[in-house]
Design a protein around this ligand. Structure first.
Ligand code: FAD
Length: 469
């Protein structure tokens, strides 16, 4: 006989949004059931943030070895490095396994119940659990939290798996059985470029096709110019203002059309389509709730409430910015609101990091955004070329830029591009959340020699007295 259970909170989806919500709710003694149809950890841990950074790291190490093999000024000699891609993928899988089983252990330790199966929403207070196509359990709840994430957008004329498996999504790109000789990446956003660069370093010839006239359109152009130069140095072809038309007749090449309407072909062994992700709101009863939507995303307010009482949505299913740390922060907050705490999701900033080479970080407002908001702002940048630590790391491209109010020097935003700048994002975010001024950052002793000194110097420069430039 089918089991029926009652609980306070049902969470649909065990990605970073859902698992954090369930852990925090359980810590707050809210009876919680999390339903996950696939693997705990969601996109982020299984096929997103973590595996991509693992593959990027492996590619960077291999690239370094090749660099040394070609004779470097540093004096290290290496001969004929090679890579066993199967071993790389299994090393990456090991990291994923460690992290996802850690999530399971944390949920258990905190007392959240996990049910493996696909949730089907019956109404705002009832969810069915489907296993192998059959309903095995029905759960009634006071609160329903939808954290079902997102899926990669497919090009209808060349779906994933088509052309004898040549057309792949980021998921397949993270578990290659071999490095393709020629890879075409469709989409010059962060996922396409992070993986495109990694494949180039692993030995593939890479071409990127982007329909807009610039790469990484979500980032400040001054930053992306540095990445564009790096792509050229790496030997990655970039076709801007070009649209993909489909594969050619024998599936050996991608047909593209430029802005002038001229067609050409890019031969390839694989085509990675990375043209965005869409909220996962179809096929499990969301439609039946008749929620207010923002396109395909569930519309939420600043407490992640949907238009239906006690139905909540967090993370990618609630639209942009589709970032793991935003999903986690929302999950923690919803659990606390359900427990009776007064919370709002009003961060001063949500950092965005792009793990290309060099990396990009943007937090808060750019000079253009400050101007558009009618704020009189000052900004200053400090180049890594004048930072000692950068030189010792053999990388001096890029800069840190700070934006602050002109009247009281309150910091409004940070932008950085350079090797390793992802690690600066926490300090940037903290300065915004704490309401720091340029004087606060300039007056903080930063350890020497570190990339962080460029942060202090940018603040000093905005105040008119940088010391190292
Ligand atoms: P998800 O992580 O997508 O989790 C949703 C879960 O819900 C899934 O496990 C799914 O199986 C489950 N589910 C869906 N429907 C049901 C149902 N009906 N019943 C039961 N379970 C269901 N973000 C960053 O911040 N930094 C990065 O560096 C980064 N890199 C990325 C790299 C790649 C290649 C990709 C694809 C994404 C990357 N992201 C990154 C984005 C990040 O992965 C997402 O923003 C994040 O995973 C969203 O979390 P979520 O909890 O909303 O959803």
């Amino acid at each position: 006989m089918m089991q029926t259970t009652s609980t306070t909170l049902v969470v649909i989806g065990g990605g970073p949004g859902g698992y954090i919500a369930a852990i925090r709710a359980a810590q707050l003694k809210i009876p919680t059931i999390l339903i996950e149809g696939d693997q705990l950890g969601g996109t982020c841990l299984n096929i997103g943030c973590i595996p991509s950074k693992a593959m990027i790291h492996a590619a960077e190490e291999f690239e370094k070895a090749k660099h040394y093999a070609h004779g470097s000024s540093i004096g290290i000699q290496v001969s004929d490095p090679s890579i066993n891609i199967e071993q790389t993928v299994s090393w990456k899988d090991g990291i994923v396994k460690r992290l996802t089983s850690g999530v399971g252990a944390l949920l258990k330790k905190n007392g959240a119940q996990v049910i493996k199966g696909w949730a089907q929403i019956i109404d705002g207070k009832t969810v069915a659990v489907i296993q192998d196509g059959k309903e095995v359990q029905r759960i009634t709840c006071q609160h329903l939290l939808i954290a079902s994430g997102s899926t990669p957008v497919e090009l209808p004329f060349m779906p994933f798996g088509s052309s004898n498996g040549k057309v792949i999504s980021s998921t397949e790109a993270l578990s290659p059985t071999e490095v393709p000789k020629k890879l075409v990446v469709v989409g010059g956003g962060y996922i396409g470029l992070e993986l495109g660069i990694a494949y180039r370093k692993l030995g593939a010839e890479v071409a990127v096709v982007e329909s807009l006239d610039r790469i990484l359109p979500a980032y400040d152009e001054e930053l992306t110019k540095v990445v564009k130069t790096a792509l050229k140095q790496l030997g990655i072809e970039v076709h801007l203002g070009c649209t993909v038309q489909g594969m050619n007749a024998d599936h050996s090449a991608v047909r593209i059309k430029n802005a002038a309407g001229e067609e050409s072909e890019l031969t390839c062994d694989k085509v990675l389509v990375a043209v965005g992700r869409r909220p996962r709101t179809e096929g499990f009863g969301v439609e039946s709730l008749m929620l207010d939507m923002n396109g395909r995303a569930i519309k939420i307010d600043d407490q992640c409430r949907t238009s239906m009482r006690d139905v909540w949505a967090i993370g990618d299913v609630a639209g942009e910015p589709m970032l793991a740390h935003r999903a986690m922060a929302q999950g923690e907050m919803v659990a606390e609101i359900i427990a009776g705490k007064r919370r709002h999701f009003m961060p001063a900033s949500i950092p965005a990091v792009c793990f290309t080479d060099p990396e990009l970080v943007v937090v808060g407002k750019s000079p253009q955004e400050a101007q558009a908001a009618g704020i009189e702002a000052i900004s200053a940048m400090f180049p890594f070329a004048a930072n000692g630590r950068s030189m010792t790391l053999e990388s001096s491209e890029g800069f840190v830029r700070v934006v602050a109010r002109k009247d009281n020097h309150l910091i409004l935003g940070w932008q950085a591009v350079g090797k390793g700048v992802s690690e600066l994002s926490a300090a940037f975010g903290l300065s915004l959340e704490m309401g720091a001024t340029l004087e606060d950052v300039a007056g903080t002793i930063h350890s020497h020699p570190t990339l962080g000194e460029a942060v202090q110097e940018a603040a000093l420069r905005a105040l008119g007295h940088a010391l190292h430039i």
